[in-house]
Design a protein around this ligand. Structure first.
Ligand SMILES: *[C@@H]1O[C@H](CO)[C@@H](O)[C@H](O)[C@H]1NC(C)=O
Ligand SMILES: *[C@@H]1O[C@H](CO)[C@@H](O)[C@H](O)[C@H]1NC(C)=O
Ligand SMILES: *[C@@H]1O[C@H](CO)[C@@H](O)[C@H](O)[C@H]1NC(C)=O
Length: 509
C-alpha cells in the first residue's frame, strides 16, 4: 500500500515536471477533437489561368496593383501542382485535418453554368489524397474570391442575385465532394469581407467612399454597402444550409457552419463607458453575423445605431436565417483594448459610419501604440472569447479555424528569413492551452487549425507592404519550384500531435 502510494506521489512529481515543460499533451484533449492547419484557394493554388479557371475579384484587384507590394497570386505557393507532396507533408506532420477552400471560378468559371471538369478533377484529387492519408477534409466554400463575372454582372455581394448563384455552386460541391467531406464552412470572415471590401476598401473588390476608405476607391458607399453585403452573405449562407439539410444531410451526415473573425475585446478601463464599448465591439463585429443565425435578427444596438441603413429581415428571411448553423467557426489572432469615443470626435476603427464609437488598440494600453511588426500574444483572450460565445450563443460546437502568428522577422525579402521561429512556437503553444482551458470550463470546442500550413500569398500584406509569413513551413517564393522547408514551429506542432511531448517515464492508463 505504502509503496503504491509512494509510487503515485512519484508519478505526480514526474507529471509536474513534465507539465512544467508544456502543461498539456494531445491526450488531454477529447479524442474526437481535431488538430489541423489551413490554406485558402487564391493564396495557395496559383495556376490562376490554367485548365479553364477564370479570374476572381482577387485576380483583378491584385493585377490592378492594389496590393501594397504590387504582387498577385498567379503562382502563389503553387499548390495546384504541388498538392500531392503537400498532403504527404501534412501526413508527416501528423495533421488530423486540413482546411482548404474551393476556388469558385476554377470549378464554375463564370460563377454560373457549366462545371469545369479540370477543376472538378483537381478538388477530387486533393480530397482523395487526404482520404488516403487519413486526414479529414474541412472545406471552406468561399474564401473571398468571387468569380469576376458575377462582380461584373451584378456587383457580387451587393445584389440579392448572389443567393441563387452561390447556392447552385454549393450544390455542385455537396453533390461532387460530400461523400468524403463532413465539415463544410460556407463563408470565410463575412464580417471582414463586409468591412474591408466595402468600407475601408482594402480587400477586393476594393469599394469605399470618402472620407472613410483607407485607400482611394473609385466606387462604393462606405455608409451603406458593408451592411448590404453582410445581409446578402447571411441570406446566402442560410440558403446553403437549407439546401444541405434538405437534400444532403440525411445521407452524407455532415455539418455546415460559418466562419467569423473574432478578436477578443478588453475594455481599456473599467469605466461603464468602456465596458459598454467593448460589448458594442462584440455586437458589431461578431453579433452582426451570429445574432441573426442564432436569434433571427441583428443585435439591438446595431439596429439602434445604424438605423435605416441596416437592412431588415422579413418574416420569411427571419425563418430562413434563424437556426441556420450547425457550428461556429472562428478566426482569432489577438486581443484588442477598446475605449469609448464620443461620436463627435468621429473616431472610427473598422466601421466607417461612426455608429460604433470605440477606438481599438492592438497592444498593451500603457504604450497605446500598435507595434507594426508583431501582435502581442494573449491566449487568455481566446479563452475568454470562447467562453463568451458559449454564454451568449449557447452550446454550439466551435472550431478555431485560424490562429497563428506572423512576424516580420520572416517576411519576404527579409535578410533574416529564419526557420527558427521560436516566437511562433511559443504563441501556438500558449493559444492551444487557452483552448484547453476553455474546454475545461465547459465550452464545446471541437477543433483547432493553425494558420497557415505553409507560407501563402497573404491578402493583407501588412503595414510595410511586404508579404507577411504565417507558415509552419517556409516557402521560397523566389524559387520557381517553391520549395517547402519545415520551420521549428512545424516540428513542434508535429511532436505535439504525435504525442512525443508525452512523459516517457510515465505510463498512462
Ligand atoms: C450612400 O448612400 C446613401 C443612401 O442611399 C446616400 O444618402 C449617400 O449620399 C451615399 N453616399 C455616397 C458617398 O454616395
Ligand atoms: C477591471 O476590473 C477587473 C476585475 O476587478 C480587474 O481584474 C482589472 O484589472 C480591471 N481593469 C482595469 C483596466 O483596471
Ligand atoms: C533573426 O531571427 C531570429 C529568430 O527570431 C532572432 O532570434 C534574431 O535575433 C534575428 N536576427 C536579427 C538580426 O534580427
Amino acid at each position: 500500500m505504502a509503496a503504491a502510494a509512494l509510487f503515485c506521489v512519484l508519478l505526480m512529481f514526474l507529471s509536474v515536471l513534465q507539465h512544467g515543460v508544456l502543461g498539456y499533451t494531445r491526450s488531454d484533449f477529447p479524442r474526437d477533437f481535431v488538430f489541423g492547419s489551413a490554406t485558402s484557394a487564391y493564396q495557395y493554388e496559383g495556376a490562376a489561368a490554367e485548365d479553364g479557371r477564370m479570374p476572381s475579384i482577387w485576380d483583378t484587384f491584385a493585377h490592378a496593383g492594389k496590393m501594397k507590394d504590387k504582387t498577385a497570386g498567379d503562382v502563389a505557393a503553387d499548390g495546384y501542382h504541388k498538392y500531392e507532396g503537400d498532403v504527404e507533408l501534412m501526413a508527416e506532420t501528423g495533421l488530423e485535418a486540413y482546411r482548404f477552400s474551393i476556388s469558385w471560378s476554377r470549378l464554375i468559371p463564370n460563377g454560373r453554368g457549366a462545371v469545369n471538369q479540370e477543376g472538378l478533377k483537381y478538388y477530387n484529387n486533393v480530397i482523395d489524397e487526404l482520404v488516403k492519408q487519413g486526414i479529414r477534409a474541412h472545406v471552406m466554400l468561399y474564401h473571398m474570391d468571387l468569380p469576376q463575372a458575377l462582380e461584373d454582372e451584378y456587383d457580387g455581394w451587393l445584389s440579392p442575385r448572389i443567393v441563387e448563384d452561390f447556392t447552385a455552386y454549393a450544390d455542385v460541391c455537396f453533390r461532387e465532394f460530400g461523400d468524403r467531406v463532413l465539415h463544410w464552412t460556407t463563408l470565410a470572415e463575412p464580417n471582414v469581407v463586409a468591412l474591408a471590401s466595402y468600407d475601408t476598401g482594402e480587400l477586393a473588390p476594393g469599394r469605399c467612399s470618402d472620407p472613410f476608405g483607407r485607400t482611394k476607391c473609385t466606387v462604393g458607399n462606405s455608409s451603406v454597402e458593408p451592411y448590404v453585403a453582410a445581409h446578402n452573405m447571411l441570406l446566402t449562407h442560410a440558403a446553403v444550409v437549407r439546401l444541405y439539410r434538405e437534400k444532403y444531410q440525411a445521407l452524407q451526415k455532415g455539418i455546415v457552419g460559418i466562419n467569423v473573425l473574432c478578436l477578443w475585446s478588453n475594455p481599456l478601463t473599467n469605466s461603464t463607458a468602456d465596458l459598454q464599448a467593448a460589448q458594442r465591439y462584440r455586437d458589431f463585429v461578431y453579433g452582426w453575423i451570429l445574432n441573426p443565425l442564432v436569434f433571427g435578427d441583428y443585435p439591438q444596438i446595431m439596429k439602434k445605431n445604424v438605423g435605416s441603413r441596416l437592412p431588415s429581415f422579413n418574416k420569411v428571411q427571419t425563418e430562413l436565417v434563424k437556426g441556420a448553423i450547425d457550428f461556429i467557426g472562428i478566426n482569432h489572432y489577438y486581443s484588442l483594448y477598446v475605449n469609448d469615443v464620443p461620436l463627435a470626435e468621429g473616431a472610427r476603427d473598422f466601421i466607417a459610419d461612426r455608429s460604433v464609437c470605440y477606438r481599438a488598440y492592438k497592444t498593451d494600453p500603457p504604450t497605446g501604440q500598435n507595434d507594426p511588426t508583431q501582435y502581442p500574444s494573449d491566449p487568455q483572450g481566446l479563452q475568454l472569447l470562447l467562453e463568451y460565445l458559449k454564454d451568449t450563443y449557447g452550446y454550439f460546437p466551435i472550431y478555431v479555424q485560424e490562429n497563428g502568428k506572423y512576424s516580420f522577422l520572416y517576411r519576404k525579402g527579409s535578410t533574416n528569413d529564419s526557420l527558427d521561429d521560436t516566437d511562433r512556437v511559443d504563441y501556438i503553444k500558449d493559444y492551444i492551452e487557452g483552448v484547453l482551458n476553455a474546454i475545461r470550463n465547459g465550452v464545446n470546442v471541437r477543433g483547432y487549425f493553425v494558420w497557415s500550413f505553409m507560407d501563402l500569398f497573404e491578402l493583407l500584406s501588412g503595414p510595410s507592404g511586404d508579404q507577411t509569413r504565417y507558415g509552419l513551413y517556409r516557402v521560397d517564393f523566389d524559387d520557381d519550384a517553391r520549395p517547402r522547408r519545415a520551420r521549428r514551429s512545424a516540428r513542434w506542432y508535429s511532436d505535439f500531435l504525435m504525442n512525443k511531448q508525452e512523459p516517457v517515464l510515465i505510463a498512462r492508463q
